[in-house]
Design a protein around this ligand. Structure first.
Ligand code: SAM
Length: 277
């Protein structure tokens, strides 16, 4: 019984190919590739001579049996045009079929735009919602995003350059112009840019800069917004509650809850205010 290796390949920079990916692609008997011409260039570069077969969205059912037949004879690798197969790329049904046919399925991890973008965004990564590509039609697109307006998680999605302005406008409408956003463009490539700012600034940026290339968009969740409650913001809130006649202990309690910060921190800041600091 053969093993199905799910092999990540570079998202731009060929130096990101792992040693294990090269060895695995050399050793398997067949490579199922999303586009054999695109991966042909990669395989040539690394002197990998393993035969390929195409496995893409529109032939995946017919090709599943071809790949399963090859797996019955030996090991097979699945690759996509770039990054990690099955992540907004074809392959999960093949992985499922391989498991169900009793094969081992082994990941050969490596680049993926979603993890690369998250690693440099400077947004919370403890909880993330990955939306893949947003629906193309306006109404399901809006409905999907609307369901995350109050979500604490960082939202990540892939976006085509010709749709990014429209998406940013919709994000402003739903999430407000001040929400923090990161546009991770052409990661690992020559024109890599990691743009950070508010949604309002992003709209301005996309007016002066024609969107080109591959984008991954990351939007701060409500938890990142709350952590914007720095010491100054806390002290301003304490002062305004004081001006409204709220007692010190109630103000501390209330601000600690809003800012999601320990009450002892807020109390220290309140003491500093009382001391005139
Ligand atoms: N499986 C791939 C992965 O693991 O990253 C994603 C495939 S998906 C079909 C391609 C989309 O990923 C692009 O349209 C773009 O939104 C995003 N993407 C791919 N490469 C990228 C890069 N170098 N920089 C930023 N985003 C990228």
């Amino acid at each position: 019984m053969g093993t199905l290796f799910v092999v990540a390949t570079p998202i731009g920079n060929l130096e990101d190919m792992t040693l294990r990916a090269i060895r695995t692609l050399r050793e398997v008997r067949l490579i199922a590739a999303e586009d054999t011409r695109t991966s042909g260039r990669l395989l040539k570069h690394f002197q990998i001579e393993t035969p390929q077969t195409s496995y893409f969205e529109h032939n995946k059912l017919a090709k599943r049996d071809v790949v399963l037949a090859a797996l019955a004879q030996g090991d097979v690798a699945l690759i996509s045009d770039a990054g990690t197969p099955t992540i907004s790329d074809p392959g999960y049904e093949l992985v499922q079929a391989a498991w169900e046919a009793g094969h081992r399925v082994v990941p050969i991890p490596g680049p993926s735009a979603v993890t690369a973008a998250l690693s440099v965004a400077g947004l919370p990564t403890d909880r993330v919602v990955f939306l893949g590509f947003l629906p193309r039609q306006a109404s399901p697109r809006r409905a999907l995003l609307e369901s995350y307006v109050e979500a604490p998680e960082t939202l990540v999605f892939y976006e085509a350059p010709h749709r990014i302005r429209e998406s940013v406008d919709l994000l402003i409408e739903l999430f407000g112009a001040d929400r923090a956003v990161v546009l991770a463009r052409e990661l690992t490539k020559l024109h890599e840019t990691i743009w950070r700012g508010t949604l309002a600034d992003a709209a301005g940026h996309l007016v002066v800069t024609e969107p080109r290339g591959e984008y991954t968009v990351l939007l701060a969740g409500t938890s990142a917004e709350r952590s914007r409650w720095d010491d100054d913001a806390v002290q301003r809130a304490l002062l305004s509650l004081e001006a409204e006649g709220v007692t010190g202990s109630r103000a501390v309690k209330q601000v600690a809850r809003l800012a999601e910060r320990p009450r002892s921190d807020i109390y220290d800041l309140w003491l500093r205010l009382q001391a005139g600091e």
